[in-house]
Design a protein around this ligand. Sequence first.
Ligand SMILES: NC(=O)c1ccc[n+]([C@@H]2O[C@H](COP(=O)([O-])OP(=O)(O)OC[C@H]3O[C@@H](n4cnc5c(N)ncnc54)[C@H](O)[C@@H]3O)[C@@H](O)[C@H]2O)c1
Length: 333
Amino acid sequence: MTSPALVAVTGAEGFIGSHLTEALVAAGHRVRAMAQYNSFSSYGWLETLAPDVLDQVDIVLGDVRDPGSVQALTEGAEAVYHLAALIAIPYSYQAPHSYVDTNVTGTLNVLEAVRRQEIPRLVHTSTSETYGTAQTVPITEDHPVNTQSPYAASKAGGDRLADSYHASFATPVVTLRPFNTFGPRQSMRAVIPTVIGQVAAGAQTVTLGDLRPTRDFLYVKDTAQAFLAVGTAPAEQVVGRTFNAGTGEEISVGDLTRLIGKLMDTELDVREDAERIRPANSEVMRLVADASRLRAATGWEPGHTLQSGLAHTIDFFRDPAHLARYKTGIYNI
Ligand SMILES: NC(=O)c1ccc[n+]([C@@H]2O[C@H](COP(=O)([O-])OP(=O)(O)OC[C@H]3O[C@@H](n4cnc5c(N)ncnc54)[C@H](O)[C@@H]3O)[C@@H](O)[C@H]2O)c1
């Protein structure tokens, strides 16, 4: 029997990274998974994966801001999935330097490691936030980039470096640009866990930011499959290209909240909280994906509807052991 192909994942202990790690193992890979170094020796969500999955995962503590740490992670890998990032928009107003260090310099370190070690495939993670409020819908990959927050700007900086490494050094990088992802394990910085978490904790009144923006919500297992699709497709179909991953359907935060209330059998009183309202020009008002490029190149399709994904997410948050990991009573930035 041949040994499973080794792949490396940054941000593996996070929300999407932990689901991707499971999906990679299910697809027959061995995973070297970076969790950010911390004094608690915490492996984040990786600690909750099933023992037979963890048998195929080597967890290493490290930091993408440190080039040596990244070199050690990627050595001998057949593919690198780079998800590590600072992701919260509100915190990017407070600590923008850390976003540049992590999302721009961290990406540069990953690109350098892949280039120097001649790793055959790098999947770099972008975000729909780089488009800003949709100027045309649905949003294709040719839509202008308009970065309305330091977070979006730092992610676009990483994207541009990835493009430049492909152009300058033929680094085999493919960029995946997921639209808003949701599901079990997501932090309460995002709207869906904020609503479900507050209701699961017994609240009748949920506190949110602006209710008008629309988003295209993709269930996390479909996002993980999109990563796998671009990570394993023949090089000529994907390398040097950027791919949107989204459903093509949009819903406003207000309508989404009402839908969650219905699914949780709760009459919700929704309050807008001034502290959660973003500066007017920074709020992205509309995002909806055209993912036809990804479908054509890889055959990827989302396997979950918004309703079915929400049902799984509600089940997750209703489990008291899961809910206990969250702070439902504060504004999580
Ligand atoms: N959640 C979404 O809706 C969404 C949408 C589009 C793109 N993305 C992108 O997907 C990726 C994963 O996001 P997520 O939602 O899982 O967020 P997350 O915060 O759960 O995961 C990010 C992980 O990166 C790690 N990290 C941060 N700084 C690091 C450092 N210096 N060194 C090593 N690791 C570090 C964090 O510990 C965390 O586990 C990010 O690149 C994000 O920009 C997310």
